[in-house]
Design a protein around this ligand. Structure first.
Ligand code: NAP
Length: 484
């Protein structure tokens, strides 16, 4: 049977201070393909947010008191438990996020690695000796710094990777000896419930991880602005990131925001079919709802026409439909309203002179992989983050013009360049202003231990376990001199 029985999750509770407790108004969680209610979570009231932060404050003391090897053991055990329940996690992600099962499984596999890496990094976190005698005033002094946990980390996460992007906050926070209050996206809270059950079974101290639900505009902001929180780690849209810079107050802040991801294809590439297939996966998997989804593909003059043809063919080969069907590549968007927005952006581009080569079709929340040509730089499909299965192929006079066009954006998360020419590689590395530059693969490439994050409108700070841990700790400098 291709489609197994659909997921039913039941009623969840808030997780505060090591106990599953009742909250406020029940919020239904739907299967994003069928629209059926698959679970219920309670909305946190203001007093629940207060209780979660207070529990995390206690939990932070317990976490900081744990020796590194114990923190490492808990994280390793959590990774093992996720592996044991890999298929259940994958099917839950497929249901609540609408992610095709094959990609949901890939996400779970990555989350296992994120926890495994965090378990290893928990043993390695350390300071550095500073040669104070580098200046005359430091002569005779000995100095080093240590890293201490910030205490309470508020983790606010998006819907598009309900497990691994939660893991990217929770695992490094715990590895560094912090406690966490997690507020997942309202569309996808159930995977976080399952993750907290895993952490509980892995032996995390009470209050080490706390889970609350509810609308970002209320529950998310109460949490982010809370004075006891030492660090806000947010992944989501630029608009919300921008708002958080104004509400969090004096505390550490990481913002992992969006991108209008560009790709440059130089005329020296030899296997255009391979390039096109990699780009089609990068543009359309998870229905383009990936912060580094391929959106603007610049082909130089000699490669442009065959690039359009091969890319459109690769887009047409993607199987669209029920995410729980093993064969499907592209499932629904997170809801029908989002699909209608994306369709509207395509229609707006077409009325401004762009042309649909393939796709453009929508049925309910499902949007078919769409390839546009003749889109203009001022159109929303080029300038803003589409966050849907739509990519434009654009013609550039030469490699330099393509690099300039790729750079002409308010964003700066990741970019990709396909070329066999080392001089072009060097010019790309020197010229492109993005947090990540991928040569000869899709810009959606990410290994979970590499530093990851953006410049400009794409955010502040870096994730990638070790880099997140650095941002979830304070440096404390110690200076010693012999007593007189
Ligand atoms: P979103 O609407 O910004 O929501 C993200 C999270 O923030 C959700 O938990 C949301 O809660 C909460 N939130 C909303 N308003 C808030 C507020 N005023 N204060 C505090 N929290 C608030 O983003 P999304 O639609 O879930 O995700 C898509 C966006 O995330 C895209 O722009 C994408 O590029 C970006 N993203 C970036 C990365 C990266 O690593 N750079 C990775 C993945 C996604 P509710 O769900 O209740 O609204």
């Amino acid at each position: 049977m291709v489609i197994q029985e659909r997921v039913r999750f039941g009623e969840a509770r808030l997780f505060i201070g090591g106990r599953w407790v009742e909250g406020g108004t029940p919020i239904p969680v739907r299967d994003k393909y069928t629209g059926e209610v698959i679970g219920i979570v309670p909305e946190a009231r203001r007093e629940d947010v207060e209780a979660a932060v207070a529990a995390a404050q206690e939990g932070a003391k317990a976490m900081a008191a744990l020796p590194a090897w114990r923190r490492a053991e808990i994280l390793r055990r959590a990774a093992e438990l996720i592996r044991e329940q890999k298929e259940d996690f994958a099917r839950l992600i497929a249901a609540e996020a609408g992610k095709a099962l094959k990609w949901a499984r890939a996400e779970v596999e990555r989350a296992i690695w994120t926890f495994t890496i965090a378990s290893e990094e928990a043993r390695r976190i350390s300071g550095e000796v500073i040669p104070l005698d580098a200046v005359p005033a430091g002569e005779g002094y000995f100095g080093f710094y240590i890293r201490r946990p910030v205490g309470v980390v508020a983790a606010i996460t998006p819907f598009n990777f309900p497990l691994n992007l939660v893991a990217h906050k929770v695992a490094p926070a715990l590895a560094a000896g912090n406690a966490v209050v997690l507020k997942p996206a309202s569309a996808t809270p159930l995977t976080s419930v399952k993750l907290c059950q895993v952490l509980e079974a892995a032996g995390i101290p009470a209050g080490g991880i706390n889970l609350i639900f509810g609308p970002g505009g209320t529950v998310g902001e109460w949490l982010a602005a809370h004075p006891v929180v030492g660090k806000v780690s947010f992944t989501g849209s630029r608009a919300v990131g921008d708002r958080l810079t104004r509400v969090v107050g004096i505390k550490k802040l990481t913002l992992e925001l969006g991108n209008a991801t560009p790709v440059v294809v130089a005329e020296d590439v030899t296997d255009l079919g391979w390039v096109a297939r990699r780009l089609a996966v990068g543009a359309f998997y998870n229905s383009g709802q990936v912060c580094i989804s391929v959106q603007r593909i610049y082909g130089t003059r000699r490669v442009y026409e065959p690039l359009v043809e091969t890319f459109a063919k690769a887009a047409q080969e993607m199987v669209v439909g029920d995410p729980l069907d093993e064969r499907v590549d592209v499932g629904p968007l997170i809801d029908e309203r989002e699909a209608m927005r994306v369709e509207g952006w395509v229609q707006e581009a077409v009325s401004g002179g762009a042309q649909v080569v393939t796709g453009g079709r929508r049925e309910g929340p499902v949007m078919w992989p769409t390839v546009l040509i003749r889109a203009r730089p001022e159109m929303r499909v080029v300038r803003e983050e589409v966050f849907g299965p739509v990519a434009s192929v654009l013609e550039a006079a030469d490699f330099e013009e393509a690099l300039a066009a790729a750079n002409a954006t308010e964003y700066g998360l990741q970019v990709a360049v396909f070329t066999r020419d080392i001089n072009r590689v060097l010019r790309a590395i020197q010229g492109l202003n993005f947090g990540g530059i991928i040569i000869n693969d899709t810009p959606t490439f990410r290994a979970d231990h590499m530093p990851y994050g953006g410049v400009k409108g794409s955010g502040l700070g870096r994730e990638g376990v070790r880099y997140a841990m650095e941002e979830m700790t304070h440096v404390h400098m110690v200076v010693i001199r012999p007593a007189p």
